[in-house]
Design a protein around this ligand. Structure first.
Ligand SMILES: C[S@@+](CC[C@H](N)C(=O)[O-])C[C@H]1O[C@@H](n2cnc3c(N)ncnc32)[C@H](O)[C@@H]1O
Ligand SMILES: [Zn+2]
Length: 373
């Protein structure tokens, strides 16, 4: 019924056949490898503290078991499915981590409302929204959240407004839109409890978004954090876009006519408009990935390295889409980035898309540079 596999240096029993009672997705090993390096980096900032971690939606227990086994943190591992709970216990014994691991068979929200943990990991099916309130009450230092409901977050259907209290737009940069709407939602959930968020590493791949963020206490910090929320205005006619703050919106200081082509701009948000990662943290995670025995080391290092060098500006541009509109053949991304830089702009690649770039140049300036290439 079960077979033994390995992730990092951790042994894990997983169902031989997919079952609705115990979930395991090999494709998420990459995400878990990045988590291990990220948690290990974060924990190294707090060397003398005895930190607690909860894998609140654990399936086989793989995340929590890896955290306990690969660097010895005390872990709570929970799943409300009974077969999953039984397997979590077997996996704890298999790795001989009984002394630092506790398995639970609870509703995650109940456990999170009853206990506080330094690190809280929410890895649900689909949307994390049903668990965010309890997670934001429980967490003391580091919050890790996955979302796989990328369609409503991207603006591909209407659920974004209902679930995330935010309006997405289905633009060429929909992956970043989704990541920033999720971050915006988490920010507001934390701020309710006078807590502030500092994203350390946020990324989106294939079907999921992952956020790893530091949490700090204090009403003043929470107030400062609310200033990182805002909106984006987008012109579907010429591709122009700009971000603006909550207070600009509330005081109706926003011109919704495109200042380049005169057409109506569409508005998305509220969403997180500040940096979605910390460069130094990404550097350290990258180093940590290099040192560890990990199955997806190479891919993990590539993503974290791209995040590290990515400009903090929202939002990226799809190179091919602009070239198509201009009716010019696409050059290489590298030569475009070099050309933007030599024209005095900042420019970088983005982990969101291999064919996209970020820059502080406006769309009209980008088009001028592209025409010269
Ligand atoms: C996506 S799976 C977890 C995958 C796992 N974290 C991994 O990396 O392989 C989501 C899990 O949440 C569990 N679950 C769903 N709702 C829950 C709830 N309210 N409380 C506790 N567990 C829940 C499901 O049984 C399922 O095992
Ligand atoms: Zn326009």
């Amino acid at each position: 019924m079960f077979s033994e596999t390995k992730e990092g240096t951790t042994k894990i029993l997983v169902p031989k056949q997919p079952t609705k009672y115990i979930f395991y997705n090999t494709k998420m090993e990459l995400c878990r490898d990045i988590d291990i390096a990220s948690i290990s980096t974060f924990v190294s900032y707090l060397p003398s503290q005895h930190l607690t971690y909860i894998d609140a939606l654990a399936g086989t227990g793989i995340r929590g078991i890896r955290v306990a086994n690969e660097f010895g943190l005390s872990v709570a591992i929970n799943d409300r499915s009974e077969p999953a709970y039984e397997l979590i216990n077997r996996n704890i014994r298999l790795n001989e981590i009984e002394e630092i691991s506790n398995a639970y068979n609870e509703n995650a929200n109940v456990l999170l409302l009853q206990n506080k943990y330094d690190l809280v990991d929410i890895d649900p099916f689909g949307s994390p929204v049903p668990f965010l309130d309890a997670a934001c009450r429980s967490v003391k230092k580091l919050l890790l959240v996955t979302a796989t409901d990328t369609a409503p977050l991207c603006g591909a259907h209407t659920g974004g407004v209902r679930k995330y209290d935010a309006k997405p737009l289905n633009t060429e940069y929909h992956k970043e839109m989704a990541t920033r709407i999720l971050l915006g939602k988490v920010t507001r959930e934390l701020c309710k409890y006078d807590r502030a968020i500092q994203p350390l590493l946020s990324y989106s791949m294939a079907h999921f978004i992952r956020i790893i963020a530091q949490v700090e206490n204090g009403a003043k910090k929470a107030d400062a954090c609310m200033k990182k929320l805002g909106f984006i205005a987008h012109c579907f006619s010429c591709g122009n876009r700009f971000a603006f703050s909550y207070s600009d919106m509330l005081e109706m200081r926003v011109e919704n006519k495109c200042n380049l082509c005169g057409r109506k701009m569409r508005i998305a948000g509220p969403l997180y408009i500040a940096a979605i990662k910390e460069k130094r943290f990404c550097e350290q995670v990258h180093e940590e990935l290099g040192k560890r025995a990990l199955g997806k080391k190479k891919e993990a290092m590539k993503i974290v390295d791209t995040c590290r060098h990515e400009l903090d500006i929202p939002f990226y541009y799809e190179h091919h889409a602009i070239c198509k509109a201009l009716k010019v053949p696409p050059s290489s991304i590298t030569s475009l980035i070099d050309a933007l830089r030599s024209n005095g702009f900042s420019a970088s690649r983005t982990h969101f898309s291999d064919t996209a770039f970020k820059t502080d140049a406006r769309i009209d300036a980008i088009k001028d540079v592209l025409k010269m290439l």
